[in-house]
Design a protein around this ligand. Sequence first.
Ligand SMILES: *[C@@H]1O[C@H](CO)[C@@H](O)[C@H](O)[C@H]1NC(C)=O
Ligand SMILES: *[C@@H]1O[C@H](CO)[C@@H](O)[C@H](O)[C@H]1NC(C)=O
Ligand SMILES: *[C@@H]1O[C@H](CO)[C@@H](O)[C@H](O)[C@H]1NC(C)=O
Ligand SMILES: *[C@@H]1O[C@H](CO)[C@@H](O)[C@H](O)[C@H]1NC(C)=O
Length: 203
Amino acid sequence: MVPSQKLRLLCASVAVYCLVSLMAVTTTSASTNCSSLLLENVSIPAAIQVPAGQKLQVAYYAVGLQHYSFNGSAWVLYNATADLYYTEKRAGSKRAPVVGQHFFLPHPDAGGGQPSWETFIPCTSLVTAKSLQAVTVDPDSITWNLFEATSESGSPELLGAVTYLQRVESKGGLPPSSTEGAQVGDLHATPYSIIYAFYVKDD
Ligand SMILES: *[C@@H]1O[C@H](CO)[C@@H](O)[C@H](O)[C@H]1NC(C)=O
Ligand SMILES: *[C@@H]1O[C@H](CO)[C@@H](O)[C@H](O)[C@H]1NC(C)=O
Ligand SMILES: *[C@@H]1O[C@H](CO)[C@@H](O)[C@H](O)[C@H]1NC(C)=O
Ligand SMILES: *[C@@H]1O[C@H](CO)[C@@H](O)[C@H](O)[C@H]1NC(C)=O
């Protein structure tokens, strides 16, 4: 559901207010914001660069679990559940506000996307996407990926107009390295942290 004009306006002002407040507490420089800070020292491999004509909308630090099930020959990823935070520094601290969630839809959407990201502060918006490219940067962690949005909804100031997204700076999240002793249907959840960066059309 696309919110009414009035609601969108309200959403936009609340979003700006929130970002400005967060900027005030997380950085002393008025020229940077949380999203660009999160990505400041991250060098993004060429294989997962977003296509030209996009700009960064927002980035979240995420902490959660990658869920695997054993199918008889391999551990297969079937879900991810993670909390989204504006900044890395606030995640894990008692005052860290969880601003959204990452999860897999029960079934892929019409565009073949299943991984989804939803924010609910200050307004609700959701994007579902499918992976286009993956590169291994750290062999002990899940790949860094480029995703293309397959559907989105809600506030266009947040995730409602996202075209592409990246996951970078992964720590952990790999399935068990061995399948020894595993039975069909066994489940395993591995902790991970990551940065999800969301892009919109630059027009
Ligand atoms: C990026 O690296 C520089 C130099 O090491 C450091 O001073 C700065 O704090 C880093 N920025 C972030 C957001 O970690
Ligand atoms: C945050 O910084 C990024 C990268 O510089 C920029 O694209 C984005 O528009 C900024 N967001 C806000 C709300 O200023
Ligand atoms: C288990 O998953 C692996 C990796 O996706 C796949 O190659 C294999 O065919 C699957 N096996 C069964 C029995 O479904
Ligand atoms: C993933 O987990 C979330 C949260 O428990 C749940 O809502 C969703 O349906 C799950 N997706 C799959 C594919 O199991």
